[in-house]
Design a protein around this ligand. Structure first.
Ligand SMILES: [Zn+2]
Length: 99
C-alpha cells in the first residue's frame, strides 16, 4: 500500500492510498477502484462515481477553495458515516471493470 499526499483545492494535503497492484482506495468507503479519485499531482477530482458508495469525487465531496485545512478529511468522514448509517457499511467489495 502506498500513501500519496495530494494537495486539494483548499491547499490541504489529503491522503490517497494506492494498493500494491496499482488500484486506489475510495477516500470515503475504502473500496478498491481502478483509477485514482483525485489526480495525484494536481489534486483535480476525476469526477467519477465510486461503484461501492455511489459518491462522485469532486462533486459530493466538494469543498470551497477557502475552507480551512482538515475540511476535506472531515467531509470524507461525514460522507462515510452517512453511507454507513444508510446500511452501506460492512466490508467494501472489490470493483472490477470486467464484471
Ligand atoms: Zn466509495
Amino acid at each position: 500500500m502506498t500513501s500519496h499526499q495530494v494537495t486539494m483545492r483548499n491547499g490541504e494535503l489529503a491522503e490517497i492510498r494506492e494498493t500494491d497492484d496499482g488500484k486506489f482506495l475510495c477516500p470515503i468507503c475504502d473500496a478498491e477502484v481502478p483509477q485514482t479519485p483525485y489526480d495525484l499531482k494536481t489534486g483535480k477530482p476525476s469526477r467519477e462515481w465510486c461503484p461501492n458508495c455511489d459518491h462522485q469525487w469532486g462533486w459530493d465531496d466538494i469543498i470551497p477553495p477557502d475552507s480551512p485545512p482538515g475540511t476535506i478529511a472531515r467531509k470524507w468522514r461525514e460522507l462515510r458515516e452517512q453511507w454507513e448509517r444508510n446500511g452501506g457499511g460492512g466490508s467494501p467489495r472489490t470493483y472490477s471493470q470486467a464484471d
